[in-house]
Design a protein around this ligand. Sequence first.
Ligand code: ATP
Ligand code: IP8
Length: 269
Amino acid sequence: MSELVLLKLGGSVITLKDRPLRANMRAIERLSTEISKSGVKKLVIVHGGGSYGHPLAKKYSLVEGFRNASQLRGVCETHLAMLTLNRLIVEALLERGVAAAPVSPLSCAVTRRGRLVRLELSPVKQLLDLGVVPVLFGDVVMDEELGFTILSGDQLIAALSMELNADRIVLGLDVDGLCDKDPKQHPDAELIEEISPEELERLLPGLGGSGGIDVTGGMRGKMAEMLAPAKRGIPVFLVNAAKPGLVLKALRGESTPGTLIACEGRRSR
Ligand code: ATP
Ligand code: IP8
């Protein structure tokens, strides 16, 4: 049986996070090449919002849910912006021979107070069985209590990993991994190479957010989402996707610099 790998492409890598609606096409094209060379047979990709999702979600206060009708335009604009970014990624993959299909969370996920309560995964499973790479993303979704909210790509990838029994998660970031403090603010920050979910849980309150606009909690939010899969025995590997070749190595399961979140018994890279 082929290994199932889930890859998150961080919005901070695939977009220019300080310039609204600007994709980093060089990074998208390079990462698509790395994915095509990886040889991973069963792969699900989830990408973040970066400068396509977060500025609009912030402008229209979408995380908080429905307050007035003027936000509805924001729901539609944000989803459309995410579809635009998703298309750029899927096209880059197709151009490199990877059969990849967009899967829109607005159409298959429902939350309650921001937490996923329903996720229709039969199309994703069938795409995987056929050898197609489903490409999902952080999105605006319908929420049973709030009306709508933002579902982060991190919450989504954690849920997918558990529902699909993934073998491992690879998170591609614009930093080397989890550090003892934000490496963008503190040049002396030290990389944490390995950590158990229990140790991570203790560190969480002290972790920072994101360097750019981020409505889903930056690094603290990301790490909080990774606790559940890591505790279930799904190793999570954080790697610098802005550095050429590291995602390729991580997908192949080769040793690379980064952070491994795993229970004691699963700490082999
Ligand atoms: P998106 O949510 O748009 O997909 P992303 O997943 O690429 O974005 P961010 O949410 O921006 O990533 O989080 C990564 C950022 O977190 C890094 O750029 C870094 O500046 C910041 N950060 C804060 N604290 C830490 C820390 N302790 N270790 C590493 N990075 C940290
Ligand atoms: O970038 C948020 O997903 P994330 C997506 O994975 C939007 O946190 C629409 C802001």
